[in-house]
Design a protein around this ligand. Structure first.
Ligand SMILES: Cc1cc2nc3c(=O)[nH]c(=O)nc-3n(C[C@H](O)[C@H](O)[C@H](O)COP(=O)(O)OP(=O)(O)OC[C@H]3O[C@@H](n4cnc5c(N)ncnc54)[C@H](O)[C@@H]3O)c2cc1C
Length: 434
């Protein structure tokens, strides 16, 4: 008999590694296969790795708040050492600006209250005390660079924000994935790099393993697609798109790194800010830089690409995001030498992931993370492990969705929320905010 595992996980990003870890904790023998040379080298490596607890839905908010606790207790969660050390959670807190676009965060405040998530209402005074480099002039809704009035205030000031202390960012998302790799290996899991899955095997009407690009066959009764922006390609290989109402596509993203204004230590005194008035989120970055990501305002083009062939240099998108940040921080210097990252989100129609089985028994997917699931990786991994085990024990998850207990929050989540067969969720922000 050839090589055989209980489960093959396609992908060794943060969610693939967490899924393996959680299955190994439950006694499974797993193999993660990745065509890149190390764990977390795919889209995870360029993640902004922001940990935040504000989402547009009750389920999304509960999941994110549950997820926060694993980063807070990271070393305990891993139960293993890593010779490279552990990634660090900078718990800076997150400030979300109240704007017309988010209905002044009425719903987010209600969800936070319902789930006992710590939060404070900040007015201009509190915001400027924390961020004296800010001005609070209103600019929204965000405009494109060529639009008339770009960069000009529309009058008035942002009235305040919601501050969530249980938020921040992970300093090194690739290292966090390596930590999970080592934790998985300590529980008996295996990782294989520099190999691409090119075929999903079927036998007797169910998944039976994979074939790699060197022709090697590996058997397993369970195969899990955690392929990030390549997820739709892997689903095509498995031929499971037939019953999916929600699908995935690779969306190009640019993230800006600019130096903080001189005299302000944004790296240590800054925090995560989500600012729909300028269409950006930002957080501290090494070397006293400010990292600026897009909140996908309607005026910006959405560029869906082939994940194997996309343009990796900066475009006008970098410039517009830097200028938008400059609207909030007048003294921001925008360097000629553009710095930051270009990578891909794996996006669904409603920007909510798919954590589900498929029409092929034994084949599962944790995909469509839509630019916002790094923070949820540990709990998503645990949920995937429970889902796989329940389905393999005969549960018809499509008819009777699994109810998954969130250990820290001590409440359950209906895993059907993440179904591949769901209707588009109208409660979503339809953006990276989830
Ligand atoms: C620019 C950016 C910023 C982000 N910011 C945040 C944030 O601030 N907070 C947050 O919570 N989330 C954020 N995200 C989202 C988060 O990073 C992702 O949800 C998460 O990293 C996805 O992990 P993954 O394991 O699913 O996928 P990936 O890390 O993409 O891993 C998938 C792996 O599968 C491998 N693979 C694909 N096809 C095959 C195949 N056929 N055979 C073998 N291997 C294969 C790839 O090589 C890859 O390594 C951001 C994402 C990006 C791109």
């Amino acid at each position: 008999m050839g090589e055989r595992y209980d489960a093959i996980i396609i992908g060794a990003g943060i969610i693939g590694a967490a899924t393996a870890f959680e299955l190994c904790k439950r006694g499974w023998k797993t193999l993660n296969v990745d065509f890149l040379p190390a764990a977390g080298y795919g889209s995870t490596s360029n993640s902004c790795a922001i940990i935040r607890v504000h989402y547009s839905t009750l389920e999304g908010t509960a999941f994110a708040y549950e997820g926060y606790h694993y980063w807070r207790d990271w070393a305990d969660y891993l139960e293993a050492e890593d010779e490279r050390g552990f990634s660090v959670f900078h718990e800076t807190g997150a400030l979300v600006m109240k704007t017309e676009a988010n209905d002044y965060l009425r719903k987010h405040a209600e969800l936070a209250a319902q789930l006992d998530i710590p939060h404070e209402h900040w007015g201009p005074k509190e915001i400027l005390a924390k961020l004296p480099i800010y001005n609070l002039k209103r600019y929204g809704p965000p405009k494109a660079l060529n639009d008339e009035g770009f960069g000009e205030s529309v009058g008035g000031e942002v009235e305040g924000g919601l501050y969530f202390p249980t938020a921040g960012y992970i300093n090194d998302p690739q290292l966090a994935t390596h930590n999970l790799q080592r934790a998985t290996e300590a529980k008996g899991g295996t990782f294989l790099f520099n190999r691409r899955v090119v075929e999903i095997l079927r036998e007797n009407g169910r998944a039976a393993g994979v074939v790699l690009d060197d022709g090697r066959r590996i058997d397993a009764p369970v195969v899990i697609n955690v392929a990030g922006p390549h997820s739709y390609k892997v689903n095509e290989l498995a031929n499971v798109l037939d019953d999916m109402t929600i699908t995935t596509k690779a969306l190009r993203q640019e993230v800006v790194h600019v130096p903080a204004p001189q005299g302000f230590d944004f790296e240590h005194d800054g925090l995560v800010v989500s600012d729909s008035d300028i269409g950006c989120y930002n957080r501290p970055e090494q070397g006293n830089h400010i990292l600026v990501g897009s909140e996908d305002p309607e005026c910006d083009p959405r560029e869906f690409v082939d994940p194997d062939e996309f343009y990796r240099d900066f475009t006008n998108q970098w410039t517009v995001q830097a200028y938008r940040m400059g609207q909030r921080i007048s003294e921001l210097g925008i360097p000629n030498q553009r710095r930051g990252v270009v990578d891909l989100y794996d996006v669904t129609e409603d920007w909510i992931p798919i954590y589900d089985r498929s029409s092929l028994p034994g084949y599962y997917m944790a995909i469509g993370s839509s630019g916002n699931q790094f923070k949820n990786a540990p709990i998503a991994g645990a949920m995937m492990a429970e889902l796989v085990i329940a389905c393999e024990n005969g549960r018809d998850h499509d008819k009777e969705p699994l109810q998954f207990a969130l250990p820290y929050l001590k409440r359950s989540i209906d895993v059907g929320f993440y179904s591949r067969k769901r209707e588009i969720n109208p409660e979503s922000s339809f953006s990276v905010l989830g």
